[in-house]
Design a protein around this ligand. Structure first.
Ligand code: UD1
Length: 420
C-alpha cells in the first residue's frame, strides 16, 4: 500500500520549525564527491528519498559512507571502481544525470541511463550532452544509455547554454574541474544551489569563479583533496512553510533559513499581505486574522520566481482575495495540481501555460492525488485550509523532497497524519 497523508483543515499554524538542508544543493554536492581523492565531510544533508537514491547510485560505484545522527555524512570516494548509472536508479530521479560530468572527467568514461519521461514535461538532457562534447567527450546515445568517453581526459573550452539549465550548469562545472585548461560557461544558471556546489568544490581545491553570475570560469586542477562543507538551507521547503502560515492565517518562525536566496518568494508573500520579519537565519511570518491577497506570478530562472514554488502559490491564490494569473515558463506540463485543486472547489481556468485563479472563501476537503513533488506540496497546503478531511494519495512524491513534512506541520499545530 502506498502512504497517504490525512489532513483536517482549518487550524492556524503557530510555533517554530527548523528548515532542512537543500535537496537541490545536496544532490550535486554528493555527485561531486566522486571527483575527490580523499574523504569529504558534508553537514546538513537532508533526510530524503532523493538523497538516498543518490547515495545508492554513487555507493554502487564504490563510494562508502558513514552517516551520523545529525545528517552529517562522511563520504569516502577513494575506492570508486564503477562508472555506470543504471536505468533502475536513474528512472526514479532525473538528477542522477549529475554523475555524468564527474565520472567522465575523473575516469575518462561514463555510462548513464537516459532519465526518460517525467511527469512535468519532456525535460531533455541534450544540453548536458552537447556541453560534454564541447569539452572533448565522445558521446553515443543508444539503447537508452549515454555512452561517453574521453580517453585522454577532457579539455577546457568555452560553452554557451542555449537555454538556462540548473543541473546542466552543475554537470559542466563538475566536468571542467578536472579538465585540462580553462573552461568558460556562458548563459549559466545563477541559482544559489549552483553557488553552493561551486563553494563546496572550491573548498576541496577547485578553481571556480563567477558562480552566481551568468559567466562561470573554471580552471582545471589535477585532483581534489579532503574537505568539510555545510549544505545551504532549502529555500523551497522554507517557502512552502511560509505559505502554510499564510493560508491558515497563522504566525510561525522558521529557523535555519537563508533569506537572501528567497527574495522573489518573500516579495510575493509581502505583496499577498504577509508580515515578514527577517533576522540572522530566521524568518518570522505573521498573517494573523488575515486573508491573503492574490498575487500574479511568472516563473523564470533565478533570481526571478522559481518554478518549484509555483504549485504552492497556486494554493495560496485559490483561497486569496482577488483574481490572479500564474504563468509557467520553465516546464510545459506543470499544472497537474490544478485539476485536483478544482476538485476541492478552487476556481482556476487554464489557458496554455497560464492559470487564471479567482480566490474562493473556502475549499472543501477531498481525496486528491499527488502527481509530482511540488504539486503534492501544493495539495497538502490546500488541505491545511480546506473544510473537513483531505486525503493526499501517492505521497512518495513528497518524501522525495520534504523531510518529515507531516511531523513538522503537526509540530506547528496542523492536524495531519500519515497512513497506508
Ligand atoms: C532543476 C531542479 C528542479 C527545478 C529546475 C528549474 C535540481 C536537482 N532540480 O532541474 O527542481 O524545477 O531546475 O529550476 O536541481 N532543458 C533542455 N535541455 C537540457 C536541460 C534542460 O531543454 O539538456 C530545459 C528543460 O526542459 C526546462 C529548462 O531547460 O524547460 C530548465 O530545466 P533545468 O534547469 O535543466 O532543470 P533541472 O536542472 O532538471
Amino acid at each position: 500500500m502506498m502512504d497517504k497523508l490525512i489532513i483536517n483543515g482549518g487550524r492556524s499554524l503557530e510555533g517554530e520549525v527548523s528548515i532542512s538542508g537543500a535537496k537541490n544543493a545536496a544532490l550535486p554536492i554528493l555527485a561531486a564527491t566522486l571527483l575527490a581523492s580523499e574523504q569529504v565531510i558534508i553537514h546538513n544533508v537532508p533526510h530524503l528519498q532523493d538523497i538516498t537514491t543518490m547515495m545508492e547510485l554513487i555507493g554502487g560505484m564504490g563510494v562508502s559512507f558513514i552517516v551520523d545522527d545529525k545528517m552529517t555524512l562522511e563520504v569516502n570516494p577513494k575506492e570508486v571502481f564503477g562508472h555506470i548509472a543504471p536505468y533502475d536508479l536513474v528512472k526514479t530521479m532525473r538528477a542522477s544525470i549529475l554523475v555524468l560530468g564527474p565520472l567522465l572527467t575523473k575516469f575518462g568514461k561514463a555510462e548513464v541511463s537516459l532519465p526518460g519521461g517525467c511527469a512535468i514535461g519532456s525535460r531533455p538532457v541534450d544540453l548536458h550532452i552537447s556541453g560534454m562534447r564541447a569539452l572533448g567527450a565522445n558521446i553515443n546515445v543508444e539503447n537508452g544509455y549515454i555512452y561517453a568517453s574521453a580517453p585522454n581526459g577532457l579539455k577546457g573550452a568555452e560553452y554557451t547554454f542555449d537555454i538556462i539549465s540548473v543541473t546542466g550548469t552543475e554537470n559542466l562545472i563538475m566536468a571542467a574541474v578536472l579538465a585540462q585548461g580553462v573552461t568558460q560557461l556562458n548563459n549559466a544558471a545563477k541559482e544559489p544551489e549552483v553557488v553552493d556546489l561551486a563553494n563546496f568544490l572550491n573548498t576541496l581545491g577547485a578553481k571556480i569563479k563567477g558562480a552566481g553570475t551568468d559567466t562561470i570560469i573554471i580552471e582545471g586542477v589535477t585532483d581534489l583533496k579532503s574537505g568539510e562543507y555545510t549544505v545551504m538551507p532549502d529555500r523551497i521547503e522554507a517557502g512552502t512553510f511560509l505559505i502554510a502560515a499564510s493560508i491558515t492565517s497563522g504566525h510561525i518562525k522558521l529557523k535555519n533559513t537563508y533569506a537572501q536566496s528567497m527574495t522573489a518568494i518573500l516579495e510575493k508573500l509581502e505583496a499577498s499581505g504577509a508580515g515578514l520579519n527577517i533576522s540572522h537565519n530566521d524568518i518570522e511570518i505573521n498573517c494573523k486574522q488575515k486573508r491573503p491577497k492574490a498575487v500574479n506570478i511568472i516563473t523564470s530562472p533565478y533570481p526571478a520566481f522559481p518554478t518549484d514554488m509555483q504549485a504552492q502559490f497556486m494554493s495560496l491564490n485559490a483561497v486569496a482575495e482577488g483574481t490572479s494569473e500564474i504563468v509557467e515558463t520553465i516546464f510545459e506540463n506543470r499544472f497537474m495540481h490544478v485539476q485536483e485543486l478544482q476538485r476541492m472547489g478552487a476556481n482556476i481556468k487554464l489557458h496554455g501555460n497560464t492559470a487564471v485563479c479567482t480566490g474562493v472563501e473556502k475549499l472543501t476537503g477531498a481525496p486528491v492525488m499527488a502527481t509530482d513533488l511540488r504539486a503534492s506540496a501544493g495539495l497538502v497546503l490546500a488541505g491545511l485550509v480546506a473544510d473537513g478531511e483531505t486525503i493526499v494519495d501517492r505521497i512518495y512524491h513528497i518524501d522525495r523532497g520534504y523531510e518529515r513534512i507531516e511531523e513538522k506541520l503537526a509540530q506547528l499545530g496542523a492536524s495531519i497524519r500519515r497512513a497506508n
